[in-house]
Design a protein around this ligand. Structure first.
Ligand SMILES: Cc1cc2nc3c(=O)[nH]c(=O)nc-3n(C[C@H](O)[C@H](O)[C@H](O)COP(=O)(O)OP(=O)(O)OC[C@H]3O[C@@H](n4cnc5c(N)ncnc54)[C@H](O)[C@@H]3O)c2cc1C
Length: 291
């Protein structure tokens, strides 16, 4: 399988990159590490005439903490950068944990946060945990920029709200108050490593003693886009997290999910795994919040 012909640009600034995307319109694509894009081009699924590489845009790298904004993750940060970040290990180990479950070492060394998000595959591992942590996405285009909740970024499989001239520059995880918080991402795949998610469940909670004051439950791979299980969240909020309640919340999340049957699992099986993994993810997040 060969790559089709294309023109390649490696702009030195974000403004230049956006201008190129605007100039070439739908025949152009941004290129981060290419772990998704290049196999799709080799397989004939996509054939952009122009690739605009983001590799020289140093401003899109790095993970930093800003007092007013929170943790800022550049779009070109790789999965292994996430895993190795001392800042994330301290503040949001659940993000490191999610990154650790992606693909294999080689892909994690190259694949980027921006690519994982913009590819918009329902089974992607980073969106559920980032949405559970209320992350915001910053998009910069040829004529301006905007910031929106990551939760509103996905439209359908491989579809996002991003405009043709826009580049995702960073993801921001705001600080959460009060301090008794816990979060986790659990992935269920068909192999122990290197498999795409059959079901992914992210949970983030705020606890007060045994009571769950706030809960966010985000499901991956069981709907066209990563989805909040809002009824399940409501069921849990303000209550003591007994085993019986967590079982009920798991069942509620399973009923809310909208899985399809495909080569990896049937709809029924996925739904049942949502029940099991929601319960486990909540147990883990709550224990972290109480610690
Ligand atoms: C063998 C294999 C296993 C994998 N396993 C997993 C897995 O377990 N879990 C998982 O979640 N993913 C998995 N992936 C998917 C993939 O590796 C990741 O999603 C990766 O993060 C993609 O990043 P990239 O930099 O390579 O993106 P690219 O391939 O460069 O780009 C992907 C898409 O996003 C667009 N894009 C990239 N960056 C930006 C940006 N900053 N702004 C606007 N548009 C942008 C591109 O135009 C393209 O459409 C796997 C891939 C392979 C090949």
């Amino acid at each position: 399988m060969y790559l089709p012909d294309f023109d390649y640009f490696a702009p030195m600034s974000l403004a230049e990159a956006c201008a190129l995307l605007a100039r070439f319109g739908s025949s152009a694509k941004a290129l981060a590490a290419g772990t998704d894009l290049l196999p799709k081009m080799k397989g004939g699924l996509l054939s952009p005439e122009v690739l605009v590489s983001l590799r020289n845009l140093e401003g899109l790298r790095g993970i930093q903490y800003h007092k007013e904004r929170g943790v800022v993750i550049g779009a070109l940060v790789t999965h292994n950068d996430l895993i190795r970040s001392a800042l994330l290990q301290e503040k949001y180990p659940s993000v490191c944990g999610a990154a650790r479950q992606i693909a294999n070492y080689q892909i994690r060394n190259r694949g980027t946060v921006g690519g994982n998000i913009c590819n918009a595959v329902p089974s992607a591992d980073l969106p559920p945990i980032l949405i559970a942590l209320e992350a915001q996405a910053r998009l910069v285009g040829a004529t301006g920029e905007r910031t929106l909740p990551l939760e509103q970024f996905f439209v359908g499989p491989n579809q996002t709200v991003i405009n043709q001239d826009e580049i995702l520059t960073e993801i921001v995880i705001p600080d959460r108050e009060p301090p008794f918080t816990g979060s986790t991402y659990l992935k269920f795949g068909l192999r122990r490593s290197g498999a795409l998610a059959v079901v992914g469940v992210a949970a983030a909670v705020v606890t007060e003693g045994n009571v769950v004051k706030e809960a966010r439950i985000v499901l991956g791979a069981v709907a066209p886009v990563p989805m909040r299980a809002k009824k399940a969240e409501e069921l849990l909020t303000g209550k003591e997290a007994t085993e019986e309640l967590l079982e009920e919340v798991g069942r509620c999340a399973a009923a809310e999910s909208k899985p399809i049957s495909d080569i990896r699992a049937s709809e029924e099986y996925r739904r049942d795994m949502v029940r099991v993994f929601t319960k486990r993810a909540l147990r883990k997040a709550i224990a972290e919040g109480q610690a």
